[in-house]
Design a protein around this ligand. Structure first.
Ligand SMILES: Nc1ncnc2c1ncn2[C@@H]1O[C@H](COP(=O)(O)OP(=O)(O)OP(=O)(O)O)[C@@H](O)[C@H]1O
Ligand SMILES: [Mg+2]
Length: 328
């Protein structure tokens, strides 16, 4: 069941087309990653979904409420952690959340427990009476996540939740984020610049210059750019390559004293290869594409010169990129 539905959404500022014909659906209880370079249109899309901005055209709905015409319905069902911190530094952690609970009309009898539970969830309960100005960047971000959860939203928007944090605080914050669907029953819609973070997402959409250029699970996206590569060195590469081709029906290539072969699943193919080649194997290594490779192929500098068609599939876009740069 999709909890977020976006249909042909566009937003222009005069000549600037910040968002162009974006359509996507986000399943309830999932973590959805919205990735894209600076200025791609991520925050603009989030602002439209959160009813802070009107689209130029197209529609969007959250939990069945139209983002354009039913803003209070939408606002009651979402929480948001903005790209820039919006905490009151002169209040304590508890007071920040209390203020938010007032704004969202959380019932008086529920307030204390909800605030304490949220603080517990992000590991800040012990620090609840400290002023926010004494918090580290990571603690502030965690507090903002807690604040976004006070009114039991169905969807939590996280715009660059880990930007500017050190690796330890990032992984710490991620621990909480990944638990959100299961523990709090929340659907997470997040943007990030860190590709390795996007690995935890159930679904990913890559946006560039306002258009969605790829969508899928992290594995689907990685597979689409070519699969795993196995590199093997043997005592007789010519014979080994011919055996691989004949016996395993693969297409090996010899380069720089190594055989390399592209396969769909490196982890299952590798033992088979070693069994086939026996004792002639001197070394093996497996290279798997990362989300970073996907992102660079699609939004990297070289691809700027290629006409990317928003309607084309990821494979078609990658193919056109490869044709252009003679890699096919
Ligand atoms: N109020 C505005 N007026 C004019 N142009 C705007 C406005 N807000 C955003 N834009 C433009 O819209 C485009 C998309 O901006 P947006 O903030 O959505 O990008 P983003 O993907 O969130 O980028 P970042 O990763 O840097 O946060 C940019 O070209 C930006 O300059
Ligand atoms: Mg942004």
């Amino acid at each position: 069941m999709p909890v977020i539905k976006i249909n042909n959404l566009s937003k222009s500022y005069g000549e600037i087309h910040a968002v162009r014909n974006v359509s996507l659906e986000v399943a309830k209880g999932s973590i959805f990653g919205f990735l894209g370079p600076n200025g791609a249109g991520k925050t603009t899309t989030i602002n439209i979904l959160c009813t802070l901005l009107k689209p130029t055209s197209g529609t969007a709905s959250i939990a069945g409420y139209d983002c354009n015409t039913e803003s209070s319905g939408v606002r009651n069902h979402i929480g948001i952690v903005f790209q820039d911190t919006t905490l009151d530094k002169d209040l304590t952690a508890y007071e920040n959340l209390l203020f938010h609970a007032y704004l969202y009309s959380v019932k008086r009898k529920d307030r204390k427990k909800k605030i304490e539970d949220s603080l517990e969830f992000v590991g800040l309960y012990e620090r609840r009476h400290d002023l926010v100005k004494k918090f580290s960047g990571g603690m502030k971000r965690r507090l903002e996540v807690a604040r976004g959860l006070i009114h039991d939203p169905e969807v939590l928007f996280l715009d660059e939740p880990t930007l500017g944090l050190d690796p330890q605080s990032r992984s710490n914050l991620w621990e909480f984020i990944t638990k959100l669907p299961e523990k709090q029953g929340v659907t997470v819609f997040m943007t990030t610049h860190y590709m390795e973070e996007a690995e935890v997402c159930d679904q990913i959409a890559i946006i560039d210059r306002g258009s969605i250029i790829a969508q899928g699970t992290p594995n689907e996206l990685k597979k689409s750019i070519g699969g795993d590569i196995i590199y093997i060195k043997t005592s007789d590469n010519e014979k080994a390559a011919s055996d691989i081709e004949k016996l395993l029906n693969l297409k090996p290539t010899i380069k720089n004293g190594e055989i390399y072969v592209t396969v769909e699943r490196g982890d299952t193919c590798l033992p088979e290869l070693i069994r086939t080649l026996g004792e002639s194997v001197l070394s093996v290594r497996l290279q798997r594409p990362t989300l970073n490779d996907v992102f660079l192929q699609l939004t990297g500098k070289q691809i700027r010169d290629v006409e990317i068609s928003a309607g084309a599939t990821l494979k078609e876009n990658v193919r056109s990129h490869r044709r252009k740069f003679g890699r096919d």
